[in-house]
Ligand binder design. Structure first.
Ligand code: JHZ
Length: 421
């Protein structure tokens, strides 16, 4: 482990810390019960702003092998809405870029093939790159060839030396995860064809701050991007920010940046850059009040749950998400407050939430046990979880949202969403 003293993008040594979430275990290091007696490593979790290139980042470095190979149980295919979003993205690219059997689509962090399968099914050559062994095996089982490696400049040079150039490179929820950000972007430039496109998706730092999504901060996420930070980063490597799309519902607010060797920029991209300068996203002052708002959520959540417990109510949680680990550990909530966490991913069942040590069970446990209140750790999937848990809600169950403010959702409040089921 090492501390990052200089900016991950521009190298400036003026980093300004604006949030400390204390020392937390790795958010995806779900614990087998038999390891409970062993010491559980915890690392400082601090956020800083770079006044020179505007990049928001965490200051602790955990080796990627520990984060994404040894402890990685995340499978992208567990959300129907993510699958649909990915399908639309693929079909849009196929049409717009006229992709066919002579094209090559590369995805960095291709996980279980959830996205590339849309190209492969239509006869378009694909290459997945992902170091997580179980996810790569799942991708290959559905016809998505996957190299089990980390992506960076050396890897891209190797592919290029073998004669590979990509017409499209897709990098969703991965640019934030790489410790060597410049090596990653240099690799994208090396691999993309001169008339190719790179699309990068990542949660938007502006949503993180404005909606107080502090739980999306964990060691896996080294960086939290604005358009300005992306623009400055890619220019350093002979790439340009061409266009920006916004998906407010995805992971608390996600941007898709279209990046390429060509300098053209849409009016929409220019507007994002102008708005960021105007609202102050590019200034240190914008981040200053964040820590106090985060602290406010912690005290309110603790107070709310303590009141429920005092009334004898049973509380469970939904989603053994990485963000759930940050929320529980920072808020100091453990087995005294929350009986169990449910999750759809069978790889997580039987394990314990890191730090909080709350057991993870299948989703069916909600109907079997009918807890009075369920804390929605995977709040980013609120709409689909409400529909999926219609029966739990009909029977009088309530969902508790932690962000942007602590609030209860009852059956009545979800009527509109449920009417669509
Ligand atoms: P979810 C992940 O964060 C990890 P996490 C990663 N590092 C990243 O960058 C962000 O996403 C963007 C489950 N679930 O996606 C699946 C249900 O049980 O919010 C997951 O375990 N039922 C790549 O871990 C968890 O909830 C459902 O209906 O914070 C959600 O995790 C659905 C939809 C999900 O990510």
């Amino acid at each position: 482990m090492s501390r990052q003293e200089s900016c991950r993008s521009c190298g400036s040594r003026n980093l300004r810390q604006f949030l400390s979430l204390g020392e937390t275990p790795l958010a995806d290091a779900l614990l087998p019960p038999e390891k409970l007696a062993e010491p559980e490593p915890a690392y400082p979790l601090e956020m800083a702003f770079c006044p020179d290139c505007t990049l928001v980042q965490v200051t602790e470095n955990v080796p990627p092998q520990v984060l994404f190979v040894d402890n990685y149980l995340y499978f992208s295919s567990f959300s129907p809405s993510v699958l649909e979003h990915s399908r639309e993205h693929a079909l849009g690219l196929i049409e717009k870029r006229r992709l066919g059997p002579g094209s090559l689509v590369v995805e960095v962090a291709s996980n279980d093939g959830y996205l590339l399968k849309n190209f492969a099914e239509r006869g378009i050559p694909v290459l997945g790159i992902d170091p997580a062994p179980d996810q790569a095996a799942a991708a290959e089982a559905i016809g998505v060839p996957t190299l089990r490696e980390f992506f960076g400049i050396e890897f891209a040079e190797r592919l290029r030396a073998e004669g590979q150039r990509a017409d499209v490179i897709i990098a969703n929820n991965v640019m934030a995860h790489v410790p060597d950000l410049n090596g990653f972007v240099a690799g994208l430039r090396e691999l993309v064809a001169d008339d190719g496109v790179i699309t990068v998706e990542n949660p938007y730092v502006r949503d993180l701050i404005e909606h107080c999504e502090f739980d999306t901060v964990y060691h896996e996420h080294h960086c939290y991007f604005s358009c300005t930070a992306v623009d400055r980063l890619v220019r350093r490597h002979g790439l340009f920010l061409n266009d920006v799309e916004y998906f407010p519902w995805l992971h608390g607010g996600t941007l898709r940046w279209h990046i390429g060797p060509n300098a053209a920029q849409t009016a929409r991209a220019q507007q994002y850059l102008a708005d960021e300068a105007e609202t102050g996203v590019t200034q240190a002052e914008y981040y200053e009040s964040f820590a106090a708002r985060v602290e406010g959520i912690r005290s309110e959540l603790r107070r709310f749950i303590a009141e429920l417990k005092a009334k004898g109510q049973r509380v469970a949680a939904y989603g053994a998400a990485a963000k759930g680990a940050t929320l529980l550990n920072y808020s100091g909530l453990g087995t005294e407050s929350i009986d169990f966490v449910v999750d759809r991913n069978p790889h997580k069942h039987g394990l314990l939430m890191p730090g909080a040590h709350i057991p993870i069970r299948p989703v069916e446990a909600l109907l079997d046990e009918q807890p009075d209140v369920v804390l929605l750790l995977a709040w980013n999937f609120k709409d689909e979880i409400v529909r999926q848990q219609a029966e739990y809600l009909r029977r009088g169950g309530k969902l508790l949202l932690p962000v942007p403010e602590v609030s209860l959702l009852t059956f009545e409040q979800t009527r509109e969403l449920l009417a669509a089921t």
